[in-house]
Design a binder for this molecule. Sequence first.
Ligand SMILES: [Fe+2]
Ligand SMILES: [Fe+2]
Length: 289
Amino acid sequence: MPSEDAGGSLVAISDLHVGYAENRALVEALRPSSPRDWLIVAGDVGDTAADVEWALGLLAERFDTVVWAPGNHELWTPQGDPVTLRGVARYQHLVRRCRELGVLTPEDPYPVWRGPGGPVLVAPLFLLYDYSWRPAGFDTREAALAEAYRTGIVCTDEFLLHPDPYPSRHEWCAARVAETARRLAERDPALPTVLVNHWPLVRESTRVLRYPIFAQWCGTEATADWHRRFGATAVVYGHLHIPRTTWHDGVRFEEVSVGYPREWRRRGVPPGRVRQILPAPDGVPPTAW
Ligand SMILES: [Fe+2]
Ligand SMILES: [Fe+2]
């Protein structure tokens, strides 16, 4: 089986937020460095269905393969969007559109990257959050949410991300976690994985948040050991708008967000660049666990 001779790179980006004209321009300028490059898009492409389709369609024309995992913004039902679907129906609509565009989603068989650094199973996940990353001293979901309202740090998901037909976002999350764990457990254990999820898999990633109370909308305790349990050589996520590389149990975690113009303008590095996931960039040690 050929594995190392195909060329190209597996690269990643997230939080394109193409509703902003400056971010749209970044996507228009985004091109592969090799015709064999695969692009991971880890959620928050845009707020309207049309924006999401525009960006993924453009990228699918340019990259050999595009792998998408939804973010919270794709799941919003914003006022003025002609697509008024909510919750699961909205997600399924986006999955159908991705299939028409040739973009892989969490609902497809996980593809195998066979280029440099492969073979590796690339698993786009859609896990949501369940308010289990609560601030110390707030023992229930209700208490943590009440504290968030008291302090004024409330995620817009509370108003625009509808869980229908689930009664709540945390119950939708529980269903996604259970089904995804089942699928990952059935994978070929001989292949390492790249786990892709819009929300971070480990709470430690949220320790740098400016408002720690926001962590309740960022992930779930249920995935704390998934990087070890499911053989990850790298984990790709976004959502925090704090791009960086960290290590957990010897596994590389890449936060690959672009973020809003007001955020990337401050950073002093060229915006809109993809992050190389595989082959592992020079100086990155092999997975140690
Ligand atoms: Fe975002
Ligand atoms: Fe997000």
